[in-house]
Design a protein around this ligand. Structure first.
Ligand SMILES: [Zn+2]
Length: 294
């Protein structure tokens, strides 16, 4: 017969388990909400796509480290990662992100949605012209039609044109975009970049900051746990224009990539009043110096 302390421990365990299961299910349901044309049914163990494909939500590795979640994630790891907060933080000078919302990606999910091979992805791409009122036909971009990403980027491009009419000094951040579709691995990893799927855009790379470049420049090894000093020189007004259409920004990652915008509407669940960032404790002056150095 169980003692009362054993019973208490058991009920505590069941309670924690049911809370975790509830959160997992809630987060999986975000996928269906964000991609209603693709996902028909969400269950604890699997999601069912509209064509009947059953995709498991778990894989066999328990208690993963952050590195293992990046290298070998399950779909549940992808949906249970830190959520993305849209909007402009109140103190942009001292802003520094705590996490990397969106960097855990379950590759089969994106291959299923956008194309399993380079050829399959390419079959769904169209050319759009980037900010044609300003740049004419200088910057044709290949983007996917899946989830109407092409139309969303046209709308973003239109709104950015309005923004640079007010702020011509922002043109240099948006001119000569670094790229959209490219079937490739993320630098120094064996993980496919989301640029491989045609739903990601890099704006001007010369005017941007990327954590790996900064480590390289400092002669330091590129590792996930390297100490980083957050940097960004992209004007903040650009960011909500992308977010309005479901794009997350790499400038809100601890592993910052300030040229990078990626269509991930399932992560847009954190309201600006529940920030996942903290304000830096150092002075505004030193951060401004760091930004000039970029
Ligand atoms: Zn990128």
């Amino acid at each position: 017969m169980k003692t009362s302390s054993q019973q208490l421990a058991l009920s505590m365990l069941l309670f924690v388990f049911s809370i975790t299961a509830y959160a997992n299910m809630n987060n999986l349901l975000r996928l269906q909400k964000a991609y209603p044309d693709h996902i028909q049914t969400v269950l604890e163990e699997a999601i069912i796509w509209t064509d009947g494909t059953v995709m498991p939500t778990q894989n066999s590795v328990p208690n993963k480290t952050q590195q293992q979640k990046l290298d070998n994630p399950s779909l549940s790891d992808q949906v249970n990662q830190i959520l993305y907060c849209s909007g402009i933080p109140s103190d942009t000078y001292r802003y520094t992100p705590n996490g990397d919302p969106g960097r855990i990606r379950y590759e089969p999910f994106f291959r299923k949605m956008y194309g399993d091979t380079q050829e399959e992805v390419q079959g769904k791409l169209v050319t759009i012209y980037w900010m044609p009122l300003i740049f004419g036909s200088n910057y044709p971009l290949l983007v996917t039609t899946v989830n109407h990403v092409d139309q969303k980027l046209i709308n973003i491009s239109n709104e950015l044109e309005m923004l640079v009419l007010q702020h011509p000094e922002y043109i240099r951040f948006l001119e000569a975009p670094g790229g959209t579709f490219q079937w490739r691995f993320i630098a120094n990893t064996s993980r496919l970049s989301n640029h491989s799927f045609g739903m990601t855009i890099d704006i001007n790379s010369d005017a941007s900051d990327y954590w790996q470049w900064d480590l390289e420049r400092a002669g330091k090894p590129i590792t996930e746990d390297a100490a980083l000093t957050y940097r960004n020189s992209i004007p903040w007004e650009i960011v909500p224009i992308f977010e309005k259409y479901g794009f997350i920004w790499g400038g809100k990652w601890h592993h910052y990539d300030s040229m990078h915008f990626e269509y991930r509407p399932e992560l847009m669940a954190c309201e600006p009043q529940e920030p996942n960032y903290s304000l830096r404790k150092d002075t505004i002056g030193s951060n401004a110096a760091a930004r000039r150095a970029g």
